[in-house]
Design a protein around this ligand. Sequence first.
Ligand SMILES: NC(=O)c1ccc[n+]([C@@H]2O[C@H](COP(=O)([O-])OP(=O)(O)OC[C@H]3O[C@@H](n4cnc5c(N)ncnc54)[C@H](O)[C@@H]3O)[C@@H](O)[C@H]2O)c1
Ligand SMILES: O=C(O)[C@H](O)COP(=O)(O)O
Length: 527
Amino acid sequence: MTKPKVLISDKMDPNAAAIFRMRGCEVDEITGKTPEELKAIIGQYDGLAIRSSTKATQEIIDAATNLKVIGRAGIGVDNVDIPAASAKGIVVMNTPFGNSITTAEHAIALMFALARQLPEADLSTQAGKWEKNRFMGVEMTGKTLGLIGAGNIGSIVADRALGLRMKVVAFDPFLSPERAVDMGVEKVELDQLLDRADFITLHTPLTDQTRNILSKENLAKTKKGVRIVNCARGGLIDEAALKDALDSGHVAGAALDVFVTEPAKEHPLFGTPNFVATPHLGASTNEAQVNVALQVAEQMADYLVNGGVTNALNMPSLSAEEAPKLKPYMALAEKLGSLVGQLTTGSIPRISIHTEGAATELNIKPITAAVLAGFLRVQSDSVNMVNAPFLAKERGMEVREIKTEREGDYHTLIRVSVKTEDGERSVAGTLFNNSEPRLVQLFGIKVEAELAGPMMYIVNEDAPGFIGRIGTLLGENGINIGTFNLGRREAGGEAVLLTSVDSAVPAAVLDQACKLPGVKRVMALAF
Ligand SMILES: NC(=O)c1ccc[n+]([C@@H]2O[C@H](COP(=O)([O-])OP(=O)(O)OC[C@H]3O[C@@H](n4cnc5c(N)ncnc54)[C@H](O)[C@@H]3O)[C@@H](O)[C@H]2O)c1
Ligand SMILES: O=C(O)[C@H](O)COP(=O)(O)O
């Protein structure tokens, strides 16, 4: 088996390359490439490991003919075109916790830098000025910190600020009142935060809702003398309005680690009094870089070598505990999806995934993704569990998930139903020995079949002599039968045959089968 090949395209702790090699991947470390240079080489790689410098744009993704996974050694993935990656079936992963403490500490460090004007005091002192009376700071104890965004990093900042005896108020629409109580913060609306905070720190991703959250208007609503720290993403603050507010003295200090345009080698804010800048250093400690490098390499290698998925942003994650239990269910789900996909034509406005009995205890998302992948792969080879939900949505398919905890005829069951122009059609399967996928119902007819390899599907009238005739036809054409699975609605009624064969049935043989007495439909299937 050829080894998966990974490109590390941003500066990363050497542990990442070591882990990739240890886990059986080939790895190249090539940093500082221009987009054109990256485009020229990306086709060779199965995995791309990045930090924030590499931009995984639509153009790069289009050129990435073999790419299966993009791993971000860090948190923010605004440098990855996730819809483009999803459409191409590429998993995008990040390491959501590896650098949170370090970044929170940087935010606290910048708050202290502003409170005591540390950078200016250092410059002045080392210039031999000893300006003891110029630098009058403020105490943080007793002051109010306004957190915009109270997720992983925001909550660590809150914890440290409470340790400094600050009062913490937080604006985060997704923060539950219970979590706010646990964190020891007061949940407030943005306007209240702006009105009350002596310090403001930002900890949200950059989205349409958070872009310019500290706009000119909102900066005007802040308390006079406020100090602002942004260690999250450039674009959360209107930089021109911030410059005006610093110049007017309304804002007493601002510290930015991140900028609208990076690298920020020149900027109107540079040189403004009470302004502190760092070059996107939030995650830059030895500890955080080792954490994210180890984690991203483990996660990516897991996916490339074993198909394990952790911290993916565009597909359901499978924990190490869940994976072994879910694996046979996903195989069953994919086969059922594929069977329905092969047996139905025309537009499918709705697909329903119904679990019964033991299957209901599992995370249904990977099962749904596997059904959709099996179903849509009939139309395109490039469909996988990552892009299948996305493609289903794009094709206007409603996806329903239904659970019935009570067991029916089987202790565990997955039923896949599609709405077609001729009505609802469904197939169902179970697991024998908790591990072997079996089809148990096909369009309302009970059967028992293993869906594997090349198969032939026949719908016929139940009548004596049919089995002999079909056996003879296949035998005369040198096609060996593996399994022979029959089912019927009632004696003499509609019957189905699903037979596995050792070689694909040629079109001419399918034609001859179609002409046998009582045969209504014949199809070759493949699993
Ligand atoms: N400077 C750096 O080097 C550095 C390092 C790590 C992370 N970051 C950035 O910090 C940010 C936060 O990271 P995190 O790990 O805490 O993320 P997180 O997802 O854990 O938390 C983000 C929080 O923002 C909240 N949020 C979303 N929309 C909001 C809105 N409109 N208003 C207010 N709150 C909103 C979410 O509810 C969530 O609680 C990310 O953008 C990340 O990229 C920067
Ligand atoms: O989102 C992140 O993790 C930070 O912005 C860190 O970025 P970096 O890996 O480029 O330092």
